[in-house]
Design a protein around this ligand. Structure first.
Ligand SMILES: Cc1cc2nc3c(=O)[nH]c(=O)nc-3n(C[C@H](O)[C@H](O)[C@H](O)COP(=O)(O)OP(=O)(O)OC[C@H]3O[C@@H](n4cnc5c(N)ncnc54)[C@H](O)[C@@H]3O)c2cc1C
Length: 378
């Protein structure tokens, strides 16, 4: 057993840290205030090789795994979870599912463009009536000559406005049993009938794009189906196992931001004649925050390691997401508390971390759904 990062993982961590401190740190606060997604910032992520991190080398990527992505995503989310979620969805929900389940033609057509950052990938599962109950999807896929016609409305789609390729889940056989009635389709932004719906105004992750997506009779050729008809829900769940590692890594990044900023503030701020960090009540909060971060990083890395080995890891991915997102929210609450009144203002970034932390317990399976998944494995 070896708990150290390999040389390769250290290199990924260092290059993500360099990018995050140089590009994300200066703009994260103002992008959040302006609620503006930045295509330029994503372009720099592509140039650094992050968008193609897990895409095989034959398609222009780095051919690395979930553990590499987890280490990279913690660094990105330390400074900017809006870019963090965009990258996580692109890598784990779009690139990885296309690479695992896509036809040779679709892989050759789209993976190089996704890896180079020419297009960003998005994932369209949720609908107004199908949130935690993802099998309740109503978007329809009707078989036609040479392909499928897709119609329906998807909710809360990350990068909806800016994506070039959407993985869309739709019912292929309304008479088939729940969970075995869906297909997964690759839809290009430029295809006829693709409409970007309303933009969501959010509590946090304000510089990420979240929109409704409407598909009106969109023709999709046969080779743009992932897997086979009826396999869509299985693909959605398998993909979400990997996605949960990404969101758990996001939680680690936000958690670390809360810890590092709280340590600094507790050294700088003096009350009763000494730095507040010298009061046991504050110091113990920091100790708990640091311990939870270390423990959860191990859960996340273990889940990623298992997935890279191709071993069953649904339970471990859910455990990592459950624990890291819960702890991240406790850390965000304590960070605001340690900053006192200053933590309640936009003068300090913990106010943003407190807002950003909330989503880690909601998307890609809310906290209750992770508990449901874990308990079913016990
Ligand atoms: C910023 C943002 C980005 C998103 N990006 C995407 C995206 O890119 N693609 C995509 O497809 N979706 C996306 N989503 C959707 C997200 O995955 C859903 O919001 C999430 O799955 C929860 O669904 P819901 O909002 O309908 O909540 P609901 O399912 O209505 O849940 C409401 C509450 O009920 C609880 N609950 C539900 N069922 C149970 C149960 N069986 N047992 C116990 N408690 C339960 C939940 O835990 C939650 O607390 C995004 C959402 C947001 C906010």
């Amino acid at each position: 057993m070896d708990f150290a990062l390999s040389e390769e993982l250290e290199m990924i961590r260092d290059s993500a840290r360099e990018y995050a401190e140089r590009v994300l740190k200066p703009q994260a606060g103002s992008a959040d205030a302006a609620e503006q997604f930045s295509v330029e910032v994503m372009q720099e992520a592509a140039e650094a090789g992050f968008m193609g991190l897990t895409v095989p080398e034959e398609f222009g990527g780095a051919g690395l795994g979930n553990l590499h992505a987890a280490v990279m995503l913690e660094e990105i989310n330390r400074w900017d979870p809006s870019i963090g979620v965009t990258l996580s969805v692109h890598i784990s929900l779009a690139c990885n599912s296309l690479n695992k389940w896509g036809s040779d033609a679709a892989k050759a057509k789209y993976l190089p463009r996704l890896a180079s950052g020419e297009i960003i990938g998005a994932y369209c599962l949720t609908e107004p009536q199908a949130g935690s109950d993802a099998a309740a999807v109503r978007t329809k896929a009707e078989k036609v000559d040479g392909g499928w016609k897709i119609s329906g409305t998807k909710s809360w789609i990350t990068t909806g406005e800016y994506a070039g390729l959407y993985v869309v889940y739709a019912v292929t056989d309304p008479d088939a049993p729940r969970g075995r009635n869906m297909g997964a389709f690759l839809i290009e932004r430029e295809m006829d009938g693709v409409i970007v719906g309303k933009k969501e105004l959010k509590l946090g992750l304000r510089a990420s794009s979240t929109t409704e997506m409407i598909f009106e009779n969109v023709f999709v050729p046969d080779e743009n189906m992932l897997g086979v008809p009826g396999q869509g829900f299985k693909i959605a769940l398998d993909t979400l196992d990997g996605g949960r590692i990404g969101i758990a890594s996001q939680a680690l990044g936000i958690h670390r931001a809360c810890l590092e900023e709280s340590i600094q503030y507790s050294k700088d701020r003096k009350q009763f004649g000494k730095p507040i960090g010298e009061f046991q009540g504050v110091a113990w909060k920091l100790a708990d925050m640091a311990t939870a971060l270390e423990a959860n990083r191990m859960l996340v890395h273990k889940a990623a390691w298992l997935r890279d080995l191709g071993q069953p890891c649904t339970k471990e991915c859910s455990m990592a997401k459950l624990a890291a997102s819960r702890a991240c929210n406790v850390a965000a609450q304590d960070a605001v508390q340690i900053h006192g009144g200053a933590g309640y203002t936009k003068e300090f970034p913990v106010e943003r971390h407190y807002r950003d932390a909330r989503i880690t317990e909601i998307y890609e399976g809310a906290t209750d759904i992770q508990r449901l998944v874990i308990s079913r494995h016990l």
